[in-house]
Design a protein around this ligand. Structure first.
Ligand SMILES: [Zn+2]
Length: 214
């Protein structure tokens, strides 16, 4: 991971594009080089694939910004050592409305593209680059998929995405634009109501439903 970080800084440079092949060629014989690259994300490194940035081709990635200096002694240990208490975990889940902050899925909900894969939420540490440029560690709620850094491998059909977005009504489109600006999905009142409803025991869910229906 350290070698990859140094390679990005010295050979690629922030803002520039590289290919998976270039990365592999830089470290011949090293298995799981891709994984080492993904591990850097835990330390605030921002590396985009074509899922994050539609202007990239599938074999390309962009080194957006460097995070914590993982090559310095102690940096990695400090970032990973202290464990998260159950109380902390509860508070983080509640603050994030029991939703993955990356993809917005709620715990126990089924992924749209995989009928039998349900989301499991966990609290992870993320190094976040603040507007002033400083890197700070934050605890966030993520689902197992986003945590592993592997969303779906389905290629994104940009034309279809754009037409789907254009077909949204004005209010929905405005909300989506706010999420895009913020870089994360926010919970709307309907999301929050749904999440709270889902957390009820089955008989209470039933009671709520019956009450509303009539
Ligand atoms: Zn997720």
């Amino acid at each position: 991971m350290i070698k990859t970080a140094l390679w990005l800084v010295s050979e690629i440079g922030e803002g520039n594009i590289f290919t998976k092949e270039q990365h592999r060629d830089a470290f011949p014989g090293i298995s799981q080089a891709d994984r080492r690259m993904r591990d850097l994300r835990d330390f605030g490194w921002v590396i985009h694939t074509n899922t994050d940035d539609i202007t990239l081709r599938s074999e390309e990635q962009r080194f957006v910004t460097a995070g914590l200096p993982v090559w310095e002694p102690g940096v990695r240990r400090r970032a990973t050592s202290s464990s998260i208490s159950a109380k902390q975990r509860k508070a983080i889940f509640a603050a994030d409305d029991y939703q993955c902050v990356v993809c917005g899925i709620a715990g126990g909900e089924v992924y749209l593209d995989a009928a039998n894969d349900t989301a499991v939420l966990a609290v992870t540490r993320r190094s976040v680059r603040l507007p002033g440029g400083a890197v700070q560690e934050k605890l966030v709620t993520e689902c197992k998929r986003c945590r592993a850094g592997n969303g779906t491998d389905e290629p994104v059909d940009v034309a279809r995405l754009l037409s789907d977005i254009r077909n949204l009504d004005e209010t929905e489109r405005a909300r989506l634009m706010r999420w895009m600006e913020r870089g994360r999905r926010g919970a709307s009142p309907i999301d929050r109501a749904w999440t709270r409803y889902r957390r009820l025991p089955a008989d209470s869910r039933d009671a709520v439903f019956k009450q509303l229906r009539g």
